[in-house]
Design a protein around this ligand. Sequence first.
Ligand code: NAD
Length: 327
Amino acid sequence: MNICVTGGAGYIGSFIVRQLVDAGHRVVVVDNLCKGHASAVDARAQFVLADCGDRTAMADLFRRQGVQAVVHMAAFSLVGESVTEPGNYYRNNFVASLSLIEAMLSAGVKRLVFSSTAATYGEPADQPITEEFATEPINPYGRAKLMVEQALADFVQAFEIGAVSLRYFNVAGALPDGSLGEDHDPETHLIPLVLAAAAGRRDRISIFGDDYPTPDGTCVRDYIHVLDLADAHVRAIDAAQPGALKVYNLGNGDGFSVRQVIEAAQGVVGRTIPTAVAPRRAGDPPVLVASSAKIARELGWEPRRGLEQILADAWAWHRSHPDGYAD
Ligand SMILES: NC(=O)c1ccc[n+]([C@@H]2O[C@H](COP(=O)([O-])OP(=O)(O)OC[C@H]3O[C@@H](n4cnc5c(N)ncnc54)[C@H](O)[C@@H]3O)[C@@H](O)[C@H]2O)c1
């Protein structure tokens, strides 16, 4: 298939592009490089520097390239920033998505896979979280993603298109050979921050709150290897059926506390990682663990890599790219 990946120069996008090409698809990446890295884009894919919210340019590109499916990953994804700059998040994550969907319609592109998030659930009391749980996001980031899902539900009814929305939990990891990995600025994700502290590039890792109602008092999250996540996208493209929006969680189904992640990282890197307890951050639920039973049942997807593999691969990337990508 001819597939367009928006945000394909970003962390997760770069892995998805690689896996789609490996699966035999022809891929065109659209990224405006507001965050991503051109050198992270697989050389076998075509790269187009553009804003995915430019409806005319995107429709032209879809027609010219004969695009048959879109994987829409381009977005801003800093939860805290979404609270202080909500306009940017609604514009880039919701309005631009709407323009992209309309560009697809005008060019006759019928399949979409959308990068959604566990943040659409908000702070559920029960675990593991299934797709039937109420969606009650607590920040503009989660709300803008949910708004895209809601719009998609209407578009698949009104037009003969099919969409799959994948709600990611905490994505981490790298290629085992360390050649492709996570390079965000600023970095807010726990695993790269822990490894930066392990490498001496940060003084210590802050533990935001150790008085949560969890076994060791620190927040529990579900970590999924970026390669497992990418595999789900290859399957999701085939699963997009006209007239339907399918929603799936993507997680490992295992919860690890912040302290457990740090301990496991110490085992992988073979040294003690300095820590400091800091106050809780607003809007951090105590526990977020996915049930991915639905995608296992319907698409035959299962995660194959656990926390130790995630940490080992991320460490390989950190050691070979201490300053991230050259660009
Ligand atoms: N990293 C995670 O753990 C996680 C969890 C849940 C959901 N997600 C979602 O997955 C997607 C990818 O996340 P990531 O961690 O790879 O982020 P990232 O910032 O590394 O990648 C996003 C890419 O999109 C590009 N981009 C942003 N706005 C654009 C626009 N208007 N036009 C063209 N390109 C644009 C950026 O330049 C960047 O390359 C995002 O939609 C994010 O919300 C990520």
